[in-house]
Design a binder for this molecule. Sequence first.
Ligand code: PLP
Length: 409
Amino acid sequence: MTDHTTPDDRQDGTEQTDDRRHGHHATGRIETRAIHAGQPPDEQTGAVMPPIYATSTYVQDAPGQDRGYEYSRTGNPTRTALEANLAALEGGAHGRAFASGMAAINTVLNLLEAGDHVIAGDDVYGGTYRIFREVYEDYDLSFSFVDTTDLGAVEAAVRPETALVWVETPTNPLMRINDIAALAELAHKAGALCAVDNTFATPYLQRPLEHGADIVSHSLTKYLGGHSDVVGGALVTDDADLDERLGFYQNSVGATPDPFACFLVLRGTKTLPVRMDRHCENAQTLAERLAEHPAVDQVYYPGLSSHPGHELAAEQMDAFGGMLSFELAGTLEEASEFVAATEVFALAESLGGVESLIEQPATMTHASIPREERLAAGLTDGLVRASVGTEHVEDLWADIEQALAATLD
Ligand SMILES: *Cc1c(COP(=O)(O)O)cnc(C)c1O
């Protein structure tokens, strides 16, 4: 196996345990790790940026004697840099990078055996729901989708064969907050693993391993890449045995990212802290103003004290993120017109880039859910979801105001 550089031997030399316990501590604060972890200057040339190692194979010094790399599906130095960087950001010992967020999620499911049972939130990412129901049910895994904010409901769903509890927080699009520590404890009591999809929060705002999760999963496509120009995924764990199994499936299945994708994500993670600060600041301001607007019935943003998950979010997260949803007072058609009338906010699915995006879950990201089920889950016709970018907040607000005026007056 490739000798992965762990955060323990990264150049800043800080104690891993200290870093993990104090996300913003001493020399190894997350802003510093984002830029340096996993990527010391290139030994041969002094290049400050990790080279893009565009090679499929590596020369061996003697048969079976390689220099840590033998084939790029198994390991590539640019990928190693990214994996070490991501592990350091999450405060975990081991990182694994994948070709997409779904490939990372698939790898967690590879750990399970026929007959195993999984408990997941009833509002998980659509692609997660699809791979669970439409791929892995055929492999004799079973899934219970429950409201994971209701710990009693989660406990009631536990079976002897429960092997995994899958958690997202904040959730999409209603920004529900799940209690990672309580869910990890429940999972462990049931003899199951707890995996947290940390895509919405990012490690800058929330580090699930600190709260007892076993595996953190990411779509690097979103905030970690940060510029809407790359698709990727990752898993981070603190458990060496678990990491070795994940590495076995990573190499066996082969959904690994190419070195250019790894380079792009590394370029993204350097600015994660500064980007997230602005995303959070802008989203908070817009959420507060939307909550006061007469055309808006409801705002879902964990940074509002009126949000049911606000206190838990304040404990579990360092800030409240760049995603928000709101419910317009009008019809499905008026909400469609509204999202089409914005000019700075681009009408698009996805999230996490520096540019603001806006969409209507009922006709876009959540259109595959039958209307009645959708309404029962709180996804109304007038619901609008925004990925608040890093533009000037007054330009964003002016855009929302003009689009509201154009469609709802
Ligand atoms: C986008 C996303 C995924 C899937 O990631 P891809 O990179 O698109 O494969 C998984 N979970 C969440 C929360 C996401 O937003």
